[in-house]
Design a protein around this ligand. Structure first.
Ligand code: ACM
Length: 494
């Protein structure tokens, strides 16, 4: 069945259908790539070949192949970096991006406009017809993120790559990895080998059921894969709380120098780095130096949440010592909003995560010109149960079904934190109750697309009734990909 041109998640900014026009990709279709677009053109061809069974050769633009029947990729500097134009006419398809990232989003839109069978891995006898018209689209916010907690339960490189491939369908461009917590340490630090030797192995994670860690090479592989999909990895080293796993490995990080017992329960707020010990800052320097060197993206997340075992004075001392270390290694710090108790340097980003309707620290950071990421738990936390009956997840922020995840606006969430203060939105997924990639998918879908639309689409073009119908249309795409999703009663699934 032919899709309507605007039947896309997230909703595009401008959609102009031309009812009489449509284009069918067939065995004679070629993909032409203007200079600078080759990588995205190849990605497009690789997406389309399995289900269509067509050759879809990628050829340089402007040669003898510049004929009707072409899917052409172009760059146009007059468009914004993440902006794109998708034109579908009776004679061909043109995708134009401000940069390759914009072009990548044009490809994601094109994919959604094809029949659901385009996600099949073997050739299908389907007419691959696209609806005619023009889409001109760009994101509302620069940062559209998802967070995965690989500390409470470890997820392998293959699992995270798979999650990434399902995220980018919705134009997510940051993957925040919560790499360390009380129950585990998941990134090899070469100068501090005991971290993963003692806190990344068997028996770590909640209930001891989530062991594993990334070697530096694994992490580099993951980061490169994400970059190939225009996703920037944001590594989080959570401090000064949530550090039991670090203290197990390096007992000098405790007050008395005695290693605590490993923990596999889900309590929070009991561990703290020691603000007045130099060993603390030697450790943090080693870790941040190595993490920064492995991470091409601009951000290092330093946690800062739930430091109940740290006094307010120690917390301030600690954060004020650590922020310059992030800068020293060339990165911009992100912290959970408790960090905003401290006067933040320019460029520091505050991530709001709680459920209150006001937050003085976050508002102060915004008033000082700081940018804010919105992740209110009662809307954006993918680990909240959908309903009281959901077997997975937590409910401390209430239950969050799809309409609740969708029907809010980040610019209205906190007094003093309006549109101009927002860097974007992020949907965190904590893993205390998760044990598999299927569990991750079940909690993320279909709420992650709701947060993706909150982050991408113009405020005035968001509409719950439209969204729930577009989601229902997405169901078969997840079915064909073998991606688990919650069949929420909020959505009129076919
Ligand atoms: C958090 O949920 N502790 C950031």
């Amino acid at each position: 069945m032919l899709k309507e041109l605007g039947e896309v998640i997230p909703a595009p900014a401008n959609v102009q259908p031309v009812a009489a026009a449509h284009f069918t990709i067939d065995a004679g279709t070629a993909i032409s790539a203007a200079p600078g677009t080759e990588r995205v053109a190849t990605y497009l061809a690789e997406l389309l070949r399995p289900a269509t069974g067509f050759d879809l050769p990628v050829t340089p633009a402007g040669g003898p192949d510049a004929l009707p029947g072409i899917v052409g990729l172009w760059l146009d500097e007059s468009l914004g970096a993440e902006e794109y134009r998708l034109e579908i006419s009776g004679t061909g398809v043109t995708l134009t991006g401000g940069t390759p990232a914009g072009l990548f989003y044009a490809v994601q839109t094109l994919r959604q406009l094809l029949p659901a069978d385009i996600f099949a891995t073997t050739p299908q006898s389907v007419r691959w017809t696209l609806p005619g018209g023009t889409i001109v689209d760009r994101p509302r916010f620069a940062y559209r993120g998802a967070m995965l907690d690989v500390a409470r339960h470890f997820f392998t490189v293959a699992e995270v790559k798979s999650y990434l491939d399902t995220l980018v369908q919705f134009k997510i461009n940051h993957l925040h990895l919560h790499l360390t917590d009380d129950q585990g340490w998941r990134l090899e630090i070469q100068s501090r080998p005991a971290l993963t030797a003692l806190s990344g192995g068997p028996g770590t994670g909640v209930d001891g059921a989530g062991p594993g860690f990334y070697t530096a090479a694994d992490y580099a592989e993951l980061v490169a894969y994400a970059e190939s999909r225009f996703v920037s990895v944001v590594p989080e080293i959570d401090m000064p709380g949530h550090v039991n796993a670090a203290q197990v490995a390096y007992p000098e990080l405790t007050v008395d120098g005695v290693a605590p017992a490993p923990r596999t329960d889900t309590k929070v707020g009991y561990s703290s780095l020691v603000a007045d010990k130099e060993e603390t800052y030697a450790f943090v320097d080693d870790v941040l130096r190595e993490v920064a060197a492995l991470t091409p993206g601009p951000y290092l997340h330093i946690g800062g949440d739930e430091a109940q075992a740290t006094s307010a004075a120690e917390y301030r001392t600690f954060i004020e010592r650590v922020l310059p270390l992030v800068a020293k290694y060339g990165k911009s710090p992100i912290g959970w909003h408790e960090m905003a108790a401290v006067d933040l340097p320019p460029g520091a980003i505050t991530q709001y995560w709680r459920t209150e309707s006001a937050d003085a620290g976050t508002a102060r950071a915004a008033a000082n010109g700081g940018k804010v990421l919105m992740s209110p738990a009662d809307r954006a936390y993918l680990d909240m149960k959908y309903t009281a009956k959901t077997p997975l997840g937590l409910d401390w922020a209430g239950v969050v079904d799809v309409e609740r995840a969708y029907s809010w606006d980040p610019a209205d969430r906190l007094p003093g934190v309006g549109e101009d203060a927002l860097l974007g939105v992020e949907a965190p997924l904590w893993s205390e109750t998760l044990r598999s990639l299927t569990d991750v998918q079940t909690m993320a879908f279909p709420r992650l697309p709701a947060i993706a639309e909150v982050g991408w689409s113009p405020r005035q073009s968001r509409d719950w009734d439209s969204f729930r119908c577009r989601l229902a249309g997405y169901g078969p795409r997840w079915d064909i990909q073998g991606v688990a999703y919650h069949r929420s009663a909020d959505v009129p699934w076919h």
